[in-house]
Design a protein around this ligand. Structure first.
Ligand code: PLP
Length: 435
């Protein structure tokens, strides 16, 4: 096996399971703001944010200070055993930004763990077994969350049988709506034919009865599945169907939350209030922390000791989260909205010269550029573009069931100049690979 020597550490891949897919070969030494430095001293513009985690940028001084102070005071205040101050402060910081009457929290470590918690709460509180998830969604890699995931077969293949009681409804992905593509012979739609809602009604009529259905779980902006923004009428339709049948609406804001879309929660863009919010990734700027939130009334249906976890609500992670949420409130959310508009404008300008860049879409700094060639998803182009951009110092990720979407997910502290620099690098890659 190969190993890379460097001034600071030796990379020995053979010591690690091959199960982890690595998107770059980079060995990094440090990060600051939107930049990462590798062990050879080369600087990269990090537009991956560690898959949507470092929303405050790498090692934001306020997050670093909060964590350092907490490490010296208390690291592990196990939440089954004691209360600790950062936990209290975090709940109080989050309270004013929660949608509707959501006022009660449960904290855990990873996104998948929080999704699992939301499903357990929904089943416990309603006494109903089934869950409706949406096509192309990604909710995690545990057995339960894999069962709710359908963005790619690779996440499920070889692991069946999965959790029973999961039904998949179509996500409103208008740009490549199968109904419209079939009837009009082209892609590129920007309005909803409402077929996904009709299918949902049919599912409740014929597949999972409302009285058997505990919850629907949806990403308000599809992440791994392609950075798809659903139309407002679809999201409002979901809320109405849930209300009509006493079904809970869970929003998985693991990737879209904590300011990423230019609002604190992506669901706010649709003018609806969910029953359960799932959060993780950006919550603690890189410390492992996740959680769910719901109304006190709903949480009352979750009996003591029926769920928990050793590390959830870790004191250092909570201290980092308090600093993170404060930074969001002090202007980062608004900054994300403004920078997102600039990024979308710049990328749309490029579209005129590069027609394979078929769609530019997004909310705030959760932006996707979808590539199509002759009506077919062009994953090969995207692969080349991302590799070329990395060669030129820009780190980007892909997404989409066909791997044909470039995801633009820089830290929310990104400046206009850094966005321009990234778009210039990408334009060069487009020239070399699609020109
Ligand atoms: N939900 C969404 C929307 C995600 O994007 C992810 C991870 O990418 C998860 C859940 C799972 O989070 P984790 O990897 O922290 O378990």
């Amino acid at each position: 096996m190969t190993s890379t020597s460097s001034s600071t550490f030796e990379v020995t891949p053979e010591l690690f399971s091959p199960v982890l897919y690595r998107m770059t070969p980079l060995a990094v030494e440090r990060g600051e703001g939107c930049y990462l430095w590798d062990v050879n001293g080369r600087r990269y513009l990090d537009f991956t944010s560690g898959i949507g985690v470092t929303n405050t940028g790498h090692c934001h001084p306020r997050v670093v200070a909060a964590a350092q102070a907490q490490v010296a005071r208390l690291i592990h205040g196990q939440q089954n055993i004691v209360w600790h101050e950062p936990l209290m402060r975090l709940a109080r910081e989050l309270l004013p930004v929660m949608p509707g009457d959501i006022d009660t929290f449960f904290f855990s470590n990873s996104g998948a763990e929080a999704v699992e918690a939301s499903i357990k709460l929904a089943r416990a509180a309603t006494g109903r077994p089934n869950i409706i998830a949406f096509e192309r969604s990604f909710h995690g890699r545990t057995i339960g969350t894999m069962s709710l995931t359908s963005s790619k077969t690779v996440y499920r293949a070889g692991y069946e049988p999965l959790m029973a009681g999961v039904f998949f409804a179509p996500y409103a992905y208008c740009f490549r709506c199968p109904v419209a593509v079939r009837s009009e012979g082209r892609y590129g739609f920007d309005h909803c034919c409402l077929y996904p809602l009709e299918k949902l009604e049919w599912m409740l009529h014929a597949e999972t009865a409302p009285e058997e259905t505990a919850a629907m779980i949806i990403e308000p902006v599809l992440g791994e599945g392609g950075y798809v923004v659903p139309p407002v009428e679809f999201m409002r339709g979901l809320r109405e169907i849930c209300d009509r049948h006493g079904i809970l609406l869970i929003v998985d804001e693991v990737q879209s939350g904590i300011g990423r879309t230019g609002k604190f929660w992506a669901v706010e863009h649709f003018g609806i209030v969910p029953d359960i919010v799932v959060m993780a990734k950006g919550l603690a700027s890189g410390f492992p922390l996740s959680g769910i939130a719901a109304s006190r009334e709903l949480m009352a249906g979750w009996a003591p000791a029926t769920h928990g976890g050793t590390y959830g609500g870790n004191a250092v992670a909570c201290a980092a989260a308090v600093a993170t949420v404060q930074l969001m409130k002090e202007g980062l959310v608004a900054h994300a909205a403004e920078m997102g508009e600039h990024l979308i404008t710049r990328l749309r300008d490029l579209q005129a010269d590069f027609p394979t860049m078929a769609d530019v879409r997004g909310l705030g700094l959760m932006v996707g550029t979808e590539f199509m060639r002759d009506g077919v998803p062009a994953g090969d182009i995207v692969k080349n573009l991302v590799a070329d951009s990395l060669d030129h110092g820009l780190m980007l990720l892909t997404c989409g069931s066909d791997n044909n979407v470039v995801r633009w997910i820089p830290p929310l502290v990104v400046t206009r100049e850094q966005l321009d620099e990234a778009v210039e690098i990408f334009a060069g890659a487009l020239d070399r690979h699609t020109g």
